[in-house]
Design a protein around this ligand. Structure first.
Ligand SMILES: [Ca+2]
Ligand SMILES: [Ca+2]
Ligand SMILES: [Ca+2]
Length: 1014
């Protein structure tokens, strides 16, 4: 529990004090001339007041909502976006390996695309005329008001009698991972008649058959779409199946050669740029690995002069006179960069890339749908880095694919099923579609239809328009579900379901509970809280990363993650050091990562090394963090089973770090690989504080396990380390790194101010482990991070010091990784020094809250919120090395800090010490088996605490709260279920701790009231 805290917000004299302190500080310190980050952040009183205002739900409309892509699929079930206008986008649910980038290009403004046709529309029948208005940006006034996990879009138009509210979400119930990991999205569409006359209205819903979305161009199969009624539900069921063998009449015609690249030049193909030269290659080119698999003596090979050059090679127009185009392809795998494209009317309709392999392999496109059309082929080399070239040969038109398909249909990653189900049946689809006419008449309403995968069909469900009186509302419920089980490690969801239909029935059979619990969480977290609504939005938005390509939940039960979507494998220990959200909301997922990865596959029994990507490699920060995470996972458990099972390996993990320390003095001084993808080469408090916090966690766990000897050893090393760190690493204002720059000139920070210098202290607060350095040093160092590293506008500093990757633009605020405010800037210093990472910002902000720097903490979060305004960037996609970066899960550490949350599941201990508005505070909390709302009110001589359970169960054996200064409790009363009793308590400084004689177990709806009387 924190002992010093800023309680009063935006009070004039506080602002004045800050102003005065800042000036006194600025006079004392001589800043390096190039350090252009202002010490006075010039936050006005009204700025601060605005940040702390409770405020309303955030709403964005028009262009402002353009970039919105809110994940609305289940945890680890792919990545499906609800876009700003309520349409669906992205659709990465087909097990395709998506690499979203190394970060350099990710921070850009764009609208998420949609490769699948789907949507909803309002059907209105007036004067016997039936019309449909689609729920999209063209409806009229369209507002996005989604708060993860519940998407919300409102539609209204002056020329339309119906106002619409669309809710879209996947069931999301903290502590119930399985029901939150459904490959499903629920839609509630509420129509309201806002006119003065009765209107007949209903809903039209449509969904394309996108089964085999990626493999369709290169397989010969059929899509099948059925419209069925099951359990009173109208359902579109999309599947795919094998195509029957060709009949005699369909016997293949002879193939037509398009190009074999055997001539002395490219003939009538036109080369542009440098990469293709003037003639086909004769095989392997200079300094290239051996090229094989081509036919004859010539081929297209753009490794001419290495990977550097770019260019294109374009065929003359030809008629697509067969069902397939066959060719051989090798080289780079970059989409749009090293590819062969089929162009019709100048548009790319088919594309293929290599597999980062010089060997050419056969590939084909199914072009049945384009037969008779004129087309061209263009081979593209637009890449310069590794594998920045392409190899092509032997292009022909044929009636049969030259290659066997990429596997049996049933084994393809995108083979499976999709369902759109409506509970408001029965539908009158054909009648409605025909009456509407136009585009609607093209929609498919047949009971059962099969067609080649190369074609596309969109099926529809339309409800019969019903009478709506003026002011009357009607809600329609839909479930979109998918089932694509052919993922390399399998999907957890496929253990429970065999098809999208099964998922749909499960979701709708349990609709009331699944939707009810999801909305109860939304209500508890957003609606009932006293915290600023925008801040709640920000801190919960990152949780959406769970429902993106970043996270996987395997068939084995193991939770696994990239760092960002498709980038940097292996639930990296040092990136996940920052992540708190998953551990607090779905602790079973984090426990599985500990047991099945860190203390499982990635654990080295001989040494205690935890391979930081489940491999053989050591990361100093990740190794220490693993011990901290293990303790946190224990705290979030209902009993000690997790600790007991894993203790031997947790202890070995810590012993590995102690071995790095070498002499038990509490300082690690050897080479320390870490999350900045470099090694620190001397003692520092970034790794050092994590090490000391890990020793404290080790001490606590050893005590619980009855290993007194190890507990004592941890304590001793910890105490020495804290003392020596101050002696050797304290520069008077913050902690530095002691390193010999002559020996290690690269990647050190030495006298710099590293934002993460107190990372382990922040962790210690999260886990109730207390101070690891003297409180005054911690506070001053954190002040220094604020003063020296947070810029209200990153522009001026980044103009001089360009970051490796831009995650903030001129005019935007941000916290730099590392600066050198008082000593020469180290151009070769710590990698990523000039970048802004949201994960570090949340880590620092969370710690600031614990140390009483609440305004600074909230200002940092406000900076993130400003950068991720949807006019610029998708507010649900915080970027670092790739999209939906896992480090951003650190936001939950800010949330728990704001509530002053402390919890020990096996001990049944729960405590709160709100950091904002402690006189009237309310917020959601999670525990090992249940969640609910905590509230605190202070009035006169009474401090009232209410712990209300809303889901699951909560076992309590002890409680802790914080009273104001000079508040001397005289009596503490517990009330539950109408029964009150006085109880014993202890008072330590401002901390009131209550030990219950008998454990209490709260069930949903029950409330425990604690009255502390002065
Ligand atoms: Ca050839
Ligand atoms: Ca190239
Ligand atoms: Ca040492």
């Amino acid at each position: 529990m924190r002992k010093y805290r800023t309680f009063i917000i935006a009070v004039v004299y506080v602002a004045c004090c800050i102003f005065i302190t800042v000036h006194a500080w600025a006079e004392k310190i001589k800043l390096r001339a190039g350090h252009v980050i202002p010490i006075d952040k010039k936050l006005s009183r009204s700025d601060i007041k605005g940040m702390f205002r409770r405020g309303e739900r955030l709403v964005w409309a028009g262009e402002d909502a353009n970039t919105v892509g809110m994940p609305v699929g289940g945890i680890a079930a792919g990545q499906l976006y609800l876009r700003g206008d309520g349409t669906l986008g992205l659709w990465q649910i087909f097990n395709k390996n998506i690499f979203s980038g190394y970060g350099a290009t990710n921070y850009r403004t764009y609208k998420p695309e949609s490769p699948v046709d789907s949507g909803f529309g309002v059907v209105v029948k007036q004067d016997d005329k039936i019309t449909v208005r689609k729920l999209d940006r063209n409806f009229g006034k369209v507002e996005f008001a989604g708060e993860y996990p519940v998407g919300l879009v409102r539609y209204a138009a002056g020329d339309f009698p119906i106002k619409v509210e669309l809710e879209a979400f996947s069931p999301f119930i903290p502590l119930n991972a399985k029901d939150s990991a459904l490959p499903a999205t629920l839609f509630h569409i509420t129509l309201e008649n806002t006119s003065s006359q009765t209107v007949q209205a209903g809903v039209l819903a449509w969904l394309e058959n996108a089964v085999c979305l990626d493999s369709a161009p290169s397989i010969h199969a059929l899509r099948r779409t059925r419209i069925v009624n099951e359990k009173g539900r109208a359902m579109i069921v999309h599947t795919a199946e094998k195509a029957p063998p060709p009949t005699a009449a369909e016997q293949p015609r002879p193939a037509v050669a398009l190009a074999d690249f055997e001539g002395p030049d490219y003939g009538d193909w036109k080369a542009a740029g440098e990469a293709f030269g003037s003639k086909p290659a004769g095989g392997t080119l200079a300094s290239q690995n051996p090229v094989s698999g081509f036919v004859g003596k010539g081929l297209v090979n753009t490794f001419l002069g290495g990977d550097g050059p770019h260019g294109t090679l374009t065929s003359p127009p030809f008629e697509i006179s067969r069902k397939f185009i066959n060719f051989l392809i090798g080289g780079g795998s970059q989409q749009r960069q090293t590819c062969i494209n089929l162009l019709i009317d100048g548009k790319v309709v088919r594309t293929a890339v290599g597999k980062d392999n010089e060997k050419l392999e056969s590939h084909f496109w199914n072009v049945e749908e384009f037969q008779g059309k004129s087309a061209r082929i263009r081979i593209v080399d637009g890449a310069s880095g590794g594998w920045g070239h392409i190899n092509i040969d032997q292009i022909e038109l044929a009636d049969a694919p030259q290659q066997t398909p990429p596997g049996e249909l049933e084994d393809l990653p995108d083979y499976g099923s999709m369902v759109l189900a409506c509970v408001n049946g029965p539908c009158q689809t054909r009648t409605v579609l025909d009456a509407v006419g136009g585009w609607a008449a093209q929609l498919n309403a047949e009971d059962d239809v099969t067609f080649p995968v190369s074609g596309s069909k969109t099926a529809a469900l339309a409800t019969q328009p019903l009478k709506l009186a003026p002011g009357q509302k009607q809600t329609y419920t839909y479930a979109l579900t998918w089932h694509f089980p052919n993922f390399k490690q399998g999907h957890e969801y496929a253990n429970r379901f065999n098809s999208a239909s099964e998922v749909a029935h499960y979701v709708l059979d349990n609709h009331e509970r699944l939707a009810g619990d999801t909305k109860k969480w939304h209500q508890t977290f957003y609606e009932d809280s006293t915290l600023p609504r925008w801040l709640l939005f920000r801190l919960h938005s990152t949780v959406a990363n769970l429902a993106t390509g970043t996270c996987q939940w395997w068939k084995s039960g193991r939770f696994w993650a990239w760092e960002g979507v498709g980038c940097c494998a292996g639930t990296c220990t040092h990136v996940w050091n920052y992540a708190h959200a998953v551990a607090r909301l779905f602790p079973e997922l984090e426990r599985s990562a500990r047991e099945m990865q860190d203390f499982g596959e990635g654990f080295h029994e001989d040494s205690g090394l935890v391979g930081f990507r489940s491999d053989n490699n050591y990361a100093a920060d990740g190794q220490c963090g693993t011990v901290l995470k293990a303790y946190r996972e224990h705290l979030m458990s209902a009993d000690s089973a997790f600790l007991k099972r894993n203790w031997p390996r947790i202890k070995k993990t810590l012993e590995f770090s102690i071995k790095q320390d070498g002499n038990d003095d509490g300082l690690i001084e050897n080479s320390q690989h870490n999350t900045f993808d470099i090694n620190f080469e001397g003692p520092n408090t970034f790794v050092g504080s994590l090490y000391l916090a890990a020793l404290r966690a080790g001490e606590e766990m050893a005590k619980e396990m009855g290993d007194e000897e190890f507990a004592k050893r941890c304590r001793k090393i910890f105490e020495s380390g804290g003392k020596l760190s101050v002696e050797r690493l304290w520069d008077g204002e913050y902690f530095i790194e002691v390193v010999d720059l002559a020996k290690h000139p690269k990647f050190q920070y030495e006298k710099g101010c590293l934002s993460d210098q107190l990372f382990g202290q922040g962790w210690a607060e999260q886990l109730g482990l207390g101070y690891i350095y003297p409180a005054e040093n911690v506070k001053q160092a954190l002040q220094s991070v604020w003063r020296y590293n947070w810029a209200p506008d990153i522009g001026p500093y980044n103009a001089d010091y360009k970051p490796e990757r831009w995650f903030a633009r001129e005019g935007e605020p941000g916290l730099f990784t590392c600066t050198w405010p008082k000593s020469p800037y180290l151009p070769d210093g710590v990698r990523y020094k000039d970048e802004v990472w949201t994960g570090i910002e949340y880590q620092v902000a969370g710690h600031m809250v614990w140390e009483g720097m609440v305004e600074e903490a909230v200002a940092i979060c406000d900076g993130v919120q400003k950068r991720y305004h949807p006019a610029k960037h998708n507010p649900f996609n915080e970027i670092e090395c790739g999209d939906h970066y896992a480090r951003a899960f650190a936001s939950w550490g800010v949330y728990t800090a704001l509530a002053g949350y402390e919890y020990h599941g096996p001990k049944g201990h729960l405590g709160f010490a709100p950091a904002v508005t402690p006189d009237d505070f309310r917020a959601a909390f999670t525990a090992a088996e249940g969640w609910g709302a905590f509230s605190q009110k202070r009035k006169g001589k009474t401090q009232l605490e209410q712990i209300e359970l809303r889901w699951g169960r909560l076992t309590l054996k002890s409680l802790a709260f914080e009273v104001p200064e000079n508040f001397k409790p005289a009596e503490v009363t517990l009330t539950m279920a109408g029964k009150s009793s006085k109880c014993d308590y202890t008072l330590n400084d401002r901390r009131v701790e209550i030990n219950l004689k008998d454990a209490l177990v709260l069930t949903p709806g029950q409330m425990l009231v604690v009255t502390i009387q002065r």
